[in-house]
Design a protein around this ligand. Structure first.
Ligand SMILES: Cc1cc2nc3c(=O)[nH]c(=O)nc-3n(C[C@H](O)[C@H](O)[C@H](O)COP(=O)(O)OP(=O)(O)OC[C@H]3O[C@@H](n4cnc5c(N)ncnc54)[C@H](O)[C@@H]3O)c2cc1C
Length: 284
């Protein structure tokens, strides 16, 4: 399939990208790895008369771990995350999740910024970032602002980002304790039928804190505060895991599609979350 004609822009700095976004308004979109946007354009589900490629803009790439804070530039690829040893030590859940995204070819191109800004409920990084309580930095004509990942997603493909803003980085405190990202998909390279991100802390034999987020089970990622609370203060035994699953099921709202009917998705959500909690607890 061939996309509709578009004009290709390649600004050298953020100011240039923002100026183009302001000039062309709804007719312009930024291009990162292109592995969500270009397929949409080829399928004619998105028509973008002005494509603004971010690849020449300095400062959007790279991973920094300093003073307990992890910062990842928007143009950092999923492959960069997988191969970064310091990041794997500081926040191993990122590598575990990135390895389950698509296939190596997609991961060499797909960026963290594109994955979290896209707004597709099937993307894995938004739920992961909610689990980690990450913040997104956005730059627009009015300057820079940060938004919590937990407040960013409004509906499918609708986020808090204004049309003339570029997401420049994500950052979060290096997590402590056990972690797991468990994803069920129909085949290698597929988006999740359901996925669970779990990060929890252990104090003696007790769970002292837990954060849980789910992917592709609503029109936005779902950070389930109630599911985390159901584990906190428990020994993460069978009853606590069951309570966390029940709480999570109260927060999701899946719809039927080619990955299955609602009842099946709710069943799979429970399975992936139980497994993620057990794995995270065993690593805590
Ligand atoms: C076969 C296949 C399988 C896939 N499977 C998965 C999967 O299992 N899990 C998963 O999470 N993803 C999956 N993907 C999507 C892939 O991870 C994408 O690369 C990713 O979602 C988008 O990143 P990108 O850099 O390619 O963004 P692009 O496609 O370039 O952009 C996506 C959207 O985000 C906007 N955008 C991009 N960067 C920025 C920015 N810095 N600031 C503001 N807006 C921005 C663009 O304007 C566009 O609207 C798959 C893709 C393919 C082709």
């Amino acid at each position: 399939m061939i996309p509709a004609a578009f004009e290709y822009h390649r600004p050298k700095d953020i100011a240039g990208a923002i100026a183009l976004l302001e000039e062309h308004g709804d007719d312009a979109r930024v291009l990162a790895g292109g592995h969500s946007l270009i397929p949409m354009m080829k399928l004619r589900m998105a028509e973008v008369p002005h494509l603004i490629d971010l690849q020449d803009i300095a400062g959007l790439n790279g991973i920094e771990v300093a003073g307990g804070l992890v910062t990842i530039g928007a143009m950092t690829t999923q492959a960069d995350i997988i191969s970064h040893g310091v990041l794997a030590e500081a926040a191993p859940i990122l590598r575990e999740a990135a390895l389950q995204i698509a296939d190596p070819q997609v991961r060499y191109m797909g960026t963290v910024g594109g994955n979290v800004a896209n707004g597709d409920p099937g993307n894995d990084m938004p739920g992961l970032m909610q689990c980690l309580d990450a913040s997104y930095t956005l730059v627009g004509p009015e300057g820079e602002r940060t938004v919590s990942a937990r407040d960013f997603y409004e509906a499918a493909y609708t986020t808090d980002r204004a049309d003339d803003e570029v997401l420049t980085s994500v950052s979060f405190a290096a997590p402590i304790g056990g972690y797991a990202y468990v994803k069920q998909k129909r085949k290698i390279g597929d988006y999740a039928t359901a996925a669970a991100a779990v990060q929890l802390s252990k104090d003696g034999g007790t769970c002292s804190a837990a954060s849980i987020a789910m992917t592709n089970l609503s029109d936005t990622p779902v950070w389930s505060e109630a599911a985390g609370a159901a584990l906190t203060g428990t020994s993460v035994d069978g009853a606590a895991i069951k309570a966390a699953v029940e709480a999570m099921l109260g927060d999701i709202d899946p719809t039927e599609d080619n990955r299955g009917p609602v009842a099946f998705k709710r069943h799979v959500a429970g399975i992936v979350l139980s497994r993620a909690i057990e794995r995270a607890w065993s690593r805590a």
